[in-house]
Design a protein around this ligand. Structure first.
Ligand SMILES: [Zn+2]
Length: 279
């Protein structure tokens, strides 16, 4: 994917885009290869993305952030790609451990320079495999004949517990995003988000806090799916503030292989909307 992809590009590319996601589903012995057709995007996303461009702007834009319940300085810093020390300095804070709900902090967005790989190392180092019992990896992250697969597919029997890969908060629990079926998106610490698609039943609701390993759904075959499996994605921001999907496999398996990544797609709209809501 073009590394210079920006949000406007993303927008024009995303409108009405048909994404093809090959998925191999293993049911018992026969191996059935199926085509998973994911229809992306709806028009309301353009508004959300436009607003985000303005408010986020270039990477060093300064914003005012109002401290919310549960916020920590390091979590806020990580979210806006800066450091706790920068926030302390910019706001002349005397006691960095004492921030309070309602406090307005000035934040310089994008001060910290990390590569996607470095960000993932820090934030995703303790993630767990999201299907209880393991399941069977049937499709990897990356380019396919007919498109790009933003995550991995893990086949398992219908009803198998889907587990939160990390501690976090539910920012999406619905079936409105076409193709993904019953979908959950979790926001973890820093800029980490994980995506769980095609579930049978969702067991958590919007804004709910979840713990790593908690059962959040059951494996299913909802949306554009031809057999029970979990479609799992890891998303984060790179050092230029671009939304990226990162190959989950090297992260989940703790391998030394460099995690491949791709800039942007439709799920970004949900993440950006949540950013805005909690700013
Ligand atoms: Zn998939």
């Amino acid at each position: 994917m073009d590394k210079n992809y920006n949000q406007k590009d993303m927008l024009s590319q995303s409108r009405g885009v048909l994404k093809l996601c090959w998925q191999t589903v293993i049911i018992g012995k026969p191996v059935v290869t199926c085509l998973l057709l994911v229809l992306c995007f709806n028009t309301s996303c353009s508004t959300i993305l436009g607003t985000y461009s303005e408010s986020n702007g270039r990477s060093t834009k300064q914003i005012n952030y109002t401290v919310k319940s549960g916020d920590t300085l390091s979590a806020i810093a990580s979210r806006y790609r800066t450091t706790p020390a920068q926030i302390v300095k910019l706001n002349s804070l005397r006691n960095s451990s004492k921030i309070y709900v309602g406090q307005v902090l000035r934040i310089k967005v994008g001060v910290q320079n990390t590569t996607p790989r470095q960000a993932m190392k820090v934030e995703a180092s303790r993630m767990i495999w999201p299907v209880q019992g393991g399941g069977t990896l049937t499709s990897k992250f990356g380019r396919r004949k007919s498109g790009f697969h933003d995550g991995i597919d893990i086949a398992a029997k219908t009803g198998t517990p889907v587990l939160a890969a990390h501690d976090g908060r539910v920012i999406y629990a619905n079936n409105k995003l076409r193709g993904y079926g019953n979908l959950i998106i979790l926001r973890g610490s820093g800029s980490i988000k994980t995506v769980y698609g095609h579930n049978d039943r969702l067991l958590v609701g919007l804004e709910q806090r979840v713990r790593k390993g908690q059962k959040i759904a059951e494996v299913g075959s909802t949306g554009k799916s031809t057999g029970p499996h979990l479609h799992f994605e890891i998303r984060t921001l790179d050092n230029r503030g671009r939304h990226i999907a990162v190959d989950p496999l090297p992260i989940l398996t703790r391998s030394n292989k460099k995690a491949d990544y791709r800039v942007n797609n439709n799920i970004t709209a949900i993440i950006v909307a949540d950013d805005k809501k909690h700013r």
